[in-house]
Write a protein of this length. Structure first.
Length: 137
């Protein structure tokens, strides 16, 4: 594991992190706070003057909604869909990657939606009858 950290540190990913952060209009203070660092220590990472731990890389990746590999080598094609968005208050939205969702969760969600629709049918039938509206199905 230490060997992997040394390899990552030699890649000088600080500039990649800074560019991704700036593209999303996030401040250095915001990212530093999320990392539990003061701004000066965070700037050492962005300026490639400090080693970055894997846990910090993972946290930064989550903050920026990037895959860690995209921060290490951003120009490499990874064969994945990238969905990056920015809103006015920072990166507080939700990215949905269907390929990354457990298929059982998808089935459960569809079942819930289906059951909600089934519950609506008797109510709609009652409303139609009460208002003497005939419908030919």
């Amino acid at each position: 594991m230490l060997y992997l950290v040394k390899i990552i540190n030699t890649l000088k990913i600080g500039r990649n992190i800074a560019e991704a952060r700036e593209a999303q209009q996030l401040t250095q203070e915001f990212v530093a706070e999320k990392l539990g660092l003061n701004v000066a220590d965070y700037l050492e990472i962005e300026n490639d003057r400090a080693d970055i731990r894997l846990s910090q890389l993972e946290t930064i990746s989550n903050i920026l909604s990037y895959h860690p590999a995209d921060l290490i080598a951003p120009n490499q094609q990874s064969g994945m869909i990238k969905n990056i968005f920015v809103n006015q208050t920072g990166n507080h939205g939700v990215n949905i990657n269907i390929q990354g969702i457990d298929q059982e969760q998808i089935r459960t969600a569809y079942k819930e939606l289906y059951n909600e629709e089934l519950d609506r049918i008797p109510k709609l039938e009652k409303l139609l009858k009460e208002n003497n509206i005939s419908v030919d199905f």
